[in-house]
Design a protein around this ligand. Structure first.
Ligand SMILES: C[S@@+](CC[C@H](N)C(=O)[O-])C[C@H]1O[C@@H](n2cnc3c(N)ncnc32)[C@H](O)[C@@H]1O
Length: 265
């Protein structure tokens, strides 16, 4: 099993065949949410500009096939997780149900549901629902003696006491305010279009790695996309493994991560 490496292919078969069971300290997974083709569409809308619609083949499932897919990848990831290891899964209201049901069935304990409040969320032009402005990250653990780097997480909290000291966790909640990735961090083509529809903020991944891994631990991301987990893990001196089925995204990830290799074709 090679580390600091991107594996190319389907994450379920790679997790089942290429990695050592019980070797991974932390899984961060940002799976397809099965949103494609299911959002409201207002073709002649004049008020909100172009209405961004998620429409990716890798994100398209029927209800039943999504449930099967969710069970298969979570089971494969849990097998790789060490005793007392952590698994964080990004999701929204659309798939949180499947993720919690499956993970609990696999014997994991749900410690927190972190809420990411997207401060620059898309405006609600439909006027038919409340504006969607949040995503979640479910934190599951395998066993009861999990790692939580409380002192490190305290330093992540930007708030300080009057004397400038780190604050206790009282006011650092399971709630994090961050913009959807923009500016220099966002990967774009020459025309300024985002190269990946769901690139995650590095800051979000940093918090997860800080809380639930130590230096040299192996962090695995089965839906590597543009390699955000690899960049943050490298910076924080964690070993990482990424799996991605789309070779174009792998090329982007390799560019972003110094020393990122392709281990498997
Ligand atoms: C939500 S995106 C992850 C984005 C990533 N967190 C980032 O910051 O760039 C999900 C990724 O999983 C990949 N993917 C979907 N199904 C997969 C599978 N079965 N095996 C491996 N990769 C898969 C997609 O190509 C997509 O890049």
């Amino acid at each position: 099993m090679k580390i600091n490496c991107i594996y190319h292919g389907d994450c379920v078969s790679i997790m089942k065949t290429k990695f050592d069971k019980g070797s991974v300290a932390l899984v961060y997974a940002d799976p397809p949410y099965n949103l494609s083709g299911k959002q409201l569409n207002l073709p002649n809308n004049q008020t909100g500009g172009a209405f961004y619609k998620m429409n990716e083949k890798w994100d398209t499932f029927t209800g039943e096939s999504y449930a099967v897919f969710t069970s298969r990848w979570i089971k494969a990831a849990v097998d790789l997780l060490k005793q007392n290891g952590s698994m964080y899964i990004s999701c929204t209201q659309h798939n949180i149900g499947e993720i919690i049901v499956v993970s609990k069935k696999m014997g994991l304990k749900l410690n927190n549901v972190l809420t990411w409040y997207k401060v620059n969320a898309m405006p609600n032009i439909t006027k038919r629902t409340f504006t969607h402005s949040t995503e979640f990250v479910c934190w599951f653990v395998k066993g009861s003696n999990w790692l939580f780097n409380y002192e490190e997480v305290k330093k992540f909290n930007p708030n300080r006491t009057k004397d400038g000291n780190y604050k206790q966790m009282r006011d650092f909640l399971d709630f994090i305010e961050l913009p959807v990735v923009q500016g220099k961090e966002r990967l774009r083509d020459e025309e300024g279009r985002a190269l990946h529809p769901t690139q995650k903020p590095e800051k979000l991944i940093e918090l997860i790695l800080l809380a639930s891994s130590n230096q040299n631990d192996i962090v695995m991301d089965p839906f590597f996309g543009t390699g955000t987990t690899g960049i943050v893990a490298t910076r924080m001196k964690r070993a990482w493994i990424g799996i991605e089925q789309n070779i174009e995204y792998i090329k982007m990830a390799k560019k972003r991560i110094k020393g990122g290799r392709l281990c498997l074709k």
